[in-house]
Design a protein around this ligand. Structure first.
Ligand code: ATP
Ligand code: MG
Length: 567
């Protein structure tokens, strides 16, 4: 293709609202354009990348025996009422009415629709197992759409759903998908990890995520090489250290801490560490208006663990200013367990503190030298926090490492949650009705493109993994308007490379060489060939790989073989 035929507007400036590298580079390279919050147009150059990802995904799904279909984006509310999710799903579900005032939603996922298909199409155990998949647009009214297509409201997902007679068959189907996903991400050329995950609102039992490693990832994963453990930090359980709190050595003292309402400020003000302070968080209860969760100041509350605690309302809801005051009589920032009039849970690590600092339930005051049992009864102790590097692996192999990642795929064993709710049964060999066991498997196709860039770029732009580059080769003629031999060679290379099956982009625009080189680097084409009159006198063109710094001179007539040897 000739670049003069592809209206490509690359941006030299960094778009102001783009926080991540992939978002910036996708905008700058003209792969996507924003329509509204969380809504993006995929422009022709971006579409070529998206197609490649979709093709790899389809090929591996087909190879694993899955069957492609496509379901509507608009889904009737009745199905969601049957599964119970019309009530449960919350505001991410975009609901609407048609002209007859009937309720519909824009599908954030398709368990209900596929289960409806299955209960009509699948009657006998002889038809099982079966796996249906689609590559289709989803809509989720995300609370915080951000990072471009990484967390969009409308995005493309490959979703697959498998149906089985029993649990054993589901396990086999799940393993098959797990292998297919590994092949997909291997072929995409991405560095990833498979980790245990939370099943979340979708339900079911076992689930694993595929995460592309990247410093800007929204997820964090913990692993231990010694024992093979790997999980999203969200779901890592942390055992108590077994150490009792040391004996008290200080008296409790009331200290004025005017305006010092955060742990960081408090630690600085008192010249102590955040790990010596107690953090008191108030969340909504299901039997009382408030429940207090107590953690060490340097630890993060884990929402999944917290909302599973007795008395805590799910989904976890933090109480804010006025609600906190109503429940405790004190403003946030100065809370602590001493005489706090709400039920409490304390994290293991916080329960092991002695002589600690906490709020005095009085504005602008804290206590120092507080000790459990002596100054305040120890509440119920639980695992409340999110794991950090150095915490012990649940499998006992030693300390955990932690790195950030981007969730690009998620596989679940759903069991009979949807088939029970929606009466999706088949007859088994004995003629008995049995609920089908289900698995579901998603890949964020559009997110994969952003994740690939997040992992593969430099200060000049994108460095596409070969399998998903929009073009494999870019040909940059120097001043073609001034040299007939350059023009001829440009056309010749375009045809020869295309005939050889290479996807070639020829930058025939009337621009200065520096401008063209910058664009070639920005859009990240793996192989670059420069045609200059001087080189042609010796029958040569210049080759450079996108991530190489040196150029190689290559005879024009052997360019195809040369590129093939590099591919
Ligand atoms: P997340 O935790 O990132 O919100 P999820 O658990 O809601 O993801 P699933 O319901 O498992 O995601 O969806 C399958 C895949 O779809 C995810 O692994 C992810 O790659 C992709 N995905 C989910 N939400 C979005 C979004 N808002 N924008 C782009 N891709 C998304
Ligand atoms: Mg989500």
């Amino acid at each position: 293709m000739y670049l003069s035929r592809l209206p490509l507007t690359t941006l030299k400036e960094t778009p102001a609202d783009a926080e991540t590298v992939s978002h910036r580079l996708m905008l700058r390279a003209g792969l996507i354009r924003r329509l509204a919050s969380g809504l993006y147009n995929w422009m022709p150059l971006g579409m070529r990348v998206l197609h490649k990802v979709q093709t790899i995904v389809r090929e591996e799904m087909d190879r694993a025996g899955a069957l492609e279909l496509v379901m509507p984006s608009v889904q009737p509310a009745e199905l969601w009422r049957e599964s119970g999710r019309w009530e449960d799903y919350g505001p991410e579900l975009l609901r609407m009415k048609d002209r007859h005032e009937r309720d519909f939603c824009l599908g954030p996922t398709h368990e209900e629709v596929i289960t409806d298909i299955a209960r009509h199409e699948l009657m006998s155990h002889r038809q099982l197992p079966v796996n249906y998949y689609q590559v289709q647009t989803k809509f989720r009214d995300e609370i915080r759409p951000r990072f471009g297509v990484m967390r969009a409201r409308e995005f493309i997902m490959k979703d697959a759903y498998s149906f089985h007679l029993d649990e054993q068959s589901l396990l086999e189907g799940y393993e098959l998908m797990r292998d297919a996903y590994r092949r997909v991400f291997d072929r995409l050329g991405l560095e990833y990890r498979i980790v245990q995950a939370d099943s979340g609102a979708i339900g079911g039992s076992r689930s694993e995520e595929f995460l592309v490693l990247a410093a800007t990832g929204e997820d964090a994963i913990a692993w231990c090489d010694a024992d093979g453990f790997a999980a999203n930090v969200e779901v890592v359980s942390i055992a108590a250290s077994g150490n009792a709190a040391p004996d008290p050595s200080h008296e409790r003292e009331l200290v004025a801490t005017p305006g010092v309402g955060t742990i960081a400020e408090l630690a600085r003000f008192l010249g102590t560490g955040a790990d010596r302070c107690l953090k008191t968080l108030l969340v909504k209860g299901n039997e009382t208006p408030a429940v207090a969760l107590l953690l060490r100041g340097d630890h993060e509350l884990n929402a999944i663990k917290a909302q599973n605690l007795h008395g805590v309302a799910a989904p976890l809801t933090m109480l804010r200013g006025a609600e906190v005051e109503a429940a405790t009589g004190c403003e946030p920032g100065f809370l602590g367990p001493v005489e706090l009039p709400v039920p409490m849970h304390v994290d293991h690590a916080a329960a092991e503190l002695s002589d600690f600092v906490c709020g005095a339930n009085r504005p602008d005051y804290h206590y120092t030298g507080v000790n459990w049992e002596r100054d305040v009864d120890l509440p119920g102790v639980a695992d409340l926090r999110t794991a950090v590097a150095g915490d012990p692996s649940p499998l006992g192999g030693g300390p955990l490492s932690v790195a950030r990642g981007i969730e690009v795929g998620h596989i679940f064993q759903l069991g009979t949650k949807y088939s029970d709710a929606m009466d999706a049964t088949v007859l088994d060999a004995d003629g008995n009705k049995r609920s089908m066991h289900m698995g579901c498997y998603g890949i964020g196709v559009t997110r994969v493109v952003a994740a690939a860039i997040e992992q593969n770029h430099d200060e000049h732009g994108i460095i596409w993994p070969a399998a998903i580059a929009p073009f494999q080769v870019i040909v940059v003629p120097i001043n073609p308007d001034r040299s007939e031999v350059v023009r001829e060679t440009m056309a010749e290379l375009h045809d020869r490379l295309s005939e050889a099956g290479l996807e070639v982009l020829v930058d025939d625009r009337a621009q200065r060489p520096g401008f063209k080189f910058a664009d070639a680097d920005l859009i990240g084409i793996p192989h670059r060939i420069v045609i200059a009159e001087r080189g042609l006198k010796a029958g040569q063109v210049e080759y450079k790989g996108r991530s190489e710094s040196d150029v190689t001179l290559v005879p024009v007539e052997s360019i195809v073989d040369f590129l093939r040897s590099r591919a």
